[in-house]
Design a protein around this ligand. Structure first.
Ligand code: 13P
Ligand code: SF4
Length: 312
């Protein structure tokens, strides 16, 4: 493993590459990445890097977002099969039809979508900025929000709006078991529940803090004296434990504990070996149809501009 890490670092330097990693990656990938972050941070880092090659250790839509923002750079992913069930729950042609059937609506799309969906979107959001971006529109603005129904319902409830929602979801976040979280809370009455807004409303009702991966991490770092039950993909526990070595973090269990569904099987496809091969061969490479990229870049840039103004 040490040789592999050394070889990856050498290749990275030789090729002027940057490795970006999401919090749901395996620990060893998070440890070798130049930056680890949530979806917003990864897009922001991709937009400003001076590296020639971006290796996106995450899932396909993250690589696509980086490519759309940096069309002249080579964007690599360790495993092209690393998709996203949430992005898959929103096929671009069906979403475009839905938009067409509801004229007069502003279209807000979660970043967990294909570039083709972003191409029919007015502004992209992540879980870090969704609430503020929605609130930046007038109260009576007619909004279509896709594709995550759980995030959409959550934003509707905290902003007192009635956005029209696409009926999509993430298979990992839908799996958390209310009963098992309640059981854990009985065993650890002092524990706070941290939950990602992609979780179902029944799980969010049990949460003390709802937020993006970065927001949940920040909360734990600022309050390391607590014990936490964490209802999001368990990869985040790596950085939480690293930043708060004395704190107890308990991963919230899925409904079927035999399936290990609180790990995202797509995120976990990336390995150190594949990262090495991808840097060595400069493949697999993300490509986006230039016509789609030209349309998709606008709502992503709009999100980055609003986020910068909001200091996010
Ligand atoms: P964030 O890291 O932006 O909160 O997103 C979670 C996620 O599901 C990424 O796929
Ligand atoms: Fe997609 Fe869910 Fe995996 Fe995130 S955790 S990449 S939303 S499938």
């Amino acid at each position: 493993m040490n040789n592999l890490i050394k070889a990856i670092n050498e290749l990275k330097k030789e090729k002027n590459a940057i490795i970006l990693g999401h919090y749901y990656q395996k620990g060893e990938i998070q440890d070798i990445a130049d930056y680890v972050g949530d979806s917003l941070a990864l897009a922001q880092l991709a937009a400003k890097t001076e590296a020639d090659i971006i290796v996106m250790c995450g899932v396909h839509f993250m690589g696509e977002t980086a490519k759309v923002l940096c069309p002249d750079k080579k964007v690599l992913v360790p495993d092209m099969e690393a998709g996203c069930s949430l992005a898959d729950s929103c096929p671009a042609d069906q979403f475009a039809q839905f938009v067409k059937e509801h004229p007069g609506h502003t279209v807000i799309s979660y970043v967990n979508t294909t570039a083709a969906v972003k191409a029919v979107t007015d502004v992209v959001v992540t879980s870090t900025n969704a609430r503020q971006i929605v609130e930046s529109f007038p109260k009576d603005e007619k909004i279509i929000f896709g594709p995550d129904r759980n995030l959409g319902n959550y934003i509707n409830s905290v902003t007192n709006r009635n956005m029209l929602l696409w009926d999509g979801a993430c298979h990992v976040h839908e799996q958390f078991s209310v009963e098992k979280i309640v059981e854990l809370k009985t065993q650890h009455p002092e524990a706070l529940v941290l939950a990602h807004p992609e979780c179902k409303s029944t799980v969010l009702k049990l949460a003390d803090v709802v937020g993006s991966t970065a927001a949940l991490l920040k909360y734990a770092v600022n309050h390391p004296e607590n014990t936490y039950i964490v209802a999001t993909e368990s990869g985040i526990l790596h950085e939480m434990q690293k930043k708060c070595p004395q704190t107890t973090f308990i991963p919230a269990p899925p409904n079927d504990s035999t399936c290990g569904c609180n790990e995202c099987s797509f995120m976990r496809l990336n390995t150190l070996e594949k990262l090495y091969e991808c840097l060595k061969n400069e493949s697999p490479e993300i490509t986006v149809d230039p016509e789609i990229a030209e349309k998709a870049v606008r709502p992503i840039q709009r999100m980055l501009e609003i986020s910068a103004k909001l200091g996010l």
